[in-house]
Design a protein around this ligand. Structure first.
Ligand SMILES: *[C@@H]1O[C@H](CO)[C@@H](O)[C@H](O)[C@H]1NC(C)=O
Ligand SMILES: *[C@@H]1O[C@H](CO)[C@@H](O)[C@H](O)[C@H]1NC(C)=O
Ligand SMILES: *[C@@H]1O[C@H](CO)[C@@H](O)[C@H](O)[C@H]1NC(C)=O
Ligand SMILES: *[C@@H]1O[C@H](CO)[C@@H](O)[C@H](O)[C@H]1NC(C)=O
Ligand SMILES: *[C@@H]1O[C@H](CO)[C@@H](O)[C@H](O)[C@H]1NC(C)=O
Ligand SMILES: *[C@@H]1O[C@H](CO)[C@@H](O)[C@H](O)[C@H]1NC(C)=O
Ligand SMILES: *[C@@H]1O[C@H](CO)[C@@H](O)[C@H](O)[C@H]1NC(C)=O
Ligand SMILES: *[C@@H]1O[C@H](CO)[C@@H](O)[C@H](O)[C@H]1NC(C)=O
Ligand SMILES: *[C@@H]1O[C@H](CO)[C@@H](O)[C@H](O)[C@H]1NC(C)=O
Length: 618
């Protein structure tokens, strides 16, 4: 959630401290003696707050944070006595004048609209406003924001604001903190929890000229976060004039043209992200010792050139992401091993090759380590077993050979291990992973490994890739898997029938199943049991009987090269979004169901050859 966070600490003694934490700046009340004396707030501001409160419904699902609760529920109108709004939760008043100068309603379960007439805009002395992580129901950010000329902190992130960001924002020339990130369509978010970052539907738009004015006028900005705001323009070169910037987050903003290289050299910059801007190009300058960079993320953008060895000067660097950029081919830079503080390193999908340099053995703080889709050769170094903090290791799609190091059984914090599509060999005992209690994604497919299973009832996986792993039996531990999403056991030597318990395994969760290229025989149930299945590959086995009917969610259905018989059920046409259907090389017969002609334009491949159909093609 936002950096803007208020925590209230009450000490059991007489002491009551109110700490307001605004991005490292601690504004503490000065009265450390006995009871906190609150100033009294002007009636107009109190009623503005109450009116603001009443314009929303309280809805637990309006906030994403698990710590969310309705802060406004403590706000009550006066019933005699010294009821001042300055004591209300989330409200901060000026010590002397009593004016409301801070409002923190982050993660407060507010649901409803907000417009220019909102009573909020009567709080003209506001300096800090946090409305993040609520649901403002696709409201526009009201232009009345101009009523807050003293504003230094504005956090409207993750709050379902939509439409054009008002140009009036650039009047708030005192802003040091501006966060409009992650205003996404919750409907699309909820529907498809697996959607990639890019597919998230951004709600806010910012005109190029307005970005220019913001950068021109808000010269005190320290934090600027516009991630997932549709900007669709180049980054103005004048952004490099914002010399106070510590954090610049422009992830997935549809930025294009060249990234102003001077931004890297901003003297106070600690965190930079321009991930997921594929039209943005750029290159790294020489980095010098004085840089304070902690996080540098340019993955999935068009950065090119080389990683300069002067990156070693970034002594504070913890996060480094250049995944899927266009850095020139060559060896994995061994000088990366000098970035001892790294916890996150992703250089995947460039053209780095050669062996994994031993210098990286010094990166023992890594939690995420990814060099996938590259040209790595040689063995996986066994010193990786010393990386006790490792959670995510991804060397998939390379040319690594040798065995999976036994030392991996020491990686007790490992959650995800992707080694598929390499040239690894040797025996991998399932037992080796038994101590890795957090491991939930294991991908070993398409190497030449021999996987030896045991009958474990304990570990639960969401992803299991065991294709081409010399399996001769259906792994019995699968029957205890309740949350599998992806299962691959293709290209093994499994004979006989699919065990009956498989029809009752992970039926709510499984989205992808590949059991092709084995020696399976026997029949399927009439209807596939997995209700959310999106892809299934049954090809190159000896299944017979009728073709199973998949659920309507299906996108890819491949059953080629089996002995399926009978007619194609018209129920197949329930697959409204089908993209690929391959039923070739079977013994199917009869007429093709008329509805096959009604599949959507998404259908890109339809293979029905080598069967015994007759009649007309719909
Ligand atoms: C959100 O907006 C929709 C459409 O404008 C409206 O029907 C609905 O009542 C609003 N929800 C809330 C909680 O205000
Ligand atoms: C705001 O208030 C004015 C006058 O009270 C009214 O004419 C206008 O329709 C209101 N606008 C909105 C968006 O509610
Ligand atoms: C920049 O700020 C000044 C002073 O607050 C204001 O007069 C001017 O209109 C602003 N410029 C833009 C483009 O908003
Ligand atoms: C801001 O940046 C622009 C373009 O890089 C430059 O021409 C201008 O002189 C800078 N302005 C200030 C006040 O530094
Ligand atoms: C990557 O670089 C090569 C030449 O080095 C260039 O031809 C290609 O267009 C670049 N690709 C992208 C996506 O920038
Ligand atoms: C790790 O760092 C030390 C100290 O800089 C260095 O001597 C050693 O060679 C490094 N280890 C590797 C494997 O490069
Ligand atoms: C499959 O495994 C065998 C060894 O069992 C290996 O020779 C072969 O290259 C692997 N094929 C693929 C495509 O991974
Ligand atoms: C696997 O273990 C379970 C529980 O311990 C047991 O009931 C089952 O028979 C075992 N299956 C096999 C194939 O050994
Ligand atoms: C399917 O599995 C559930 C629990 O995983 C169990 O309660 C149920 O009896 C099983 N049904 C069949 C038909 O085996």
């Amino acid at each position: 959630m936002g950096l803007l966070d208020i925590s209230i600490i009450r000490m059991v003694s007489k002491l009551v401290l109110v700490l307001l934490l605004f991005h490292h700046v601690v504004i503490a009340t000065s009265s450390y003696s006995s009871q906190k004396q609150y100033p009294s707030c002007p009636d107009g501001e109190k009623s503005a707050l109450l009116q603001f409160k009443d314009s929303f419904t309280i809805d637990k699902s309006a906030s994403r944070s698990t710590d969310a609760y309705p802060k406004v529920s403590s706000w009550k109108p006066a019933k005699g006595g010294n009821n001042t709004c300055c004591s209300w939760e989330g409200v901060e008043c000026d010590e002397k004048t009593g004016h409301v100068i801070g409002l923190d309603l982050g993660s407060s379960c507010l649901h409803g609209s907000i417009n220019n007439n909102s009573s909020l805009f009567r709080l003209v002395h506001l300096q800090r406003l946090n409305l993040s992580d609520n649901n403002f129901n696709y409201s526009q950010i009201p232009a009345s924001i101009r009523n807050f000329p003293s504003l230094t902190h504005l956090d409207l992130s993750t709050s379902v604001f939509s439409g054009q960001v008002p140009s009036e924002l650039s009047l708030l020339s005192k802003l040091t903190y501006l966060n409009l990130a992650l205003n996404l369509d919750r409907l699309s978010e909820d529907k498809d929890h697996q959607s990639s970052e890019e597919e998230n539907y951004p709600l806010l738009k910012l005109e190029a000229s307005d970005l220019g004015s913001l950068v021109q006028n808000l010269t005190s900005l320290e934090v600027l976060s516009l991630s997932f705001v549709n900007v669709s323009s180049a980054i103005p070169h004048s952004m490099a004039n914002l010399s106070s910037l510590t954090a610049l987050h422009l992830r997935a903003c549809h930025l294009f043209d060249e990234f102003p290289v001077r931004i890297f050299q901003l003297p106070n910059l600690e965190s930079l992200s321009v991930r997921y801007n594929q039209e943005l190009t750029g290159y790294f300058p020489e980095f010098n010792q004085s840089s304070l960079l902690i996080s540098l993320k340019v993955g999935f953008a068009g950065f090119f050139g080389t990683i300069p060895s002067s990156i070693q000067n970034l002594h504070s660097l913890q996060n480094f992401d250049v995944a899927q950029c266009n850095f020139s081919e060559g060896l994995v830079p061994s000088f990366l091993g000098n970035l001892r503080q790294l916890t996150y390193l992703d250089i995947s999908a460039n053209k780095f090759g050669g062996p994994i340099p031993d210098s990286l053995a010094n990166l023992t703080q890594l939690a995420t380590f990814r060099i996938s889709t590259s040209r790595l050769t040689g063995p996986i170094p066994s010193w990786l077993g010393n990386f006790s903090k490792l959670e995510y290791l991804d060397f998939a799609f390379n040319r690594l050979n040798g065995s999976v190091p036994a030392s991996f059984s020491n990686l007790t914090n490992l959650q995800i291990l992707y080694l598929q599509l390499n040239s690894l060999s040797g025996v991998v005992e399932f037992q080796m992973f038994q101590n890795l209690q957090f491991l939930f994604q294991l991908q070993l497919s398409w190497n030449g490994l021999e996987f030896v299973t045991v009958n474990s009832t304990v570990q639960q996986f969401t992803v299991l890739g065991l294709s081409n792993c010399s399996l001769t039996e259906f792994p019995s531990f699968l029957q205890y898997q309740k949350g599998l999403e992806r299962l691959e056991i293709a290209g093994n030597k499994i004979r006989g029938q699919v065990p009956n318990w498989m029809w009752n395994t992970s039926i709510e969760t499984l989205v992808y199943l590949d059991i092709s290229g084995n020696f399976f025989s026997g029949q399927f149930p009439l209807v596939l049991p997995w209700v959310n299945l999106v892809g299934i590959t049954l090809s190159s086995n000896m299944f017979h009987g009728s073709l199973p009917v998949p659920p309507p969610t299906m996108l890819e259905y491949t059953a080629t090269d089996n002995n399926f018989t009978g007619e194609i059920s018209s129920l197949l046409c329930n697959m409204k979004n089908l993209q690929l259907l391959d039923l070739s090389k079977n013994k199917l017969s009869g007429m093709l169901p008329q509805c096959l002609g009604n599949f959507s334009d998404d259908l890109t491949l339809l293979l029905l050859g080598n069967n015994s159909f007759h009649g007309v093609i719909p």
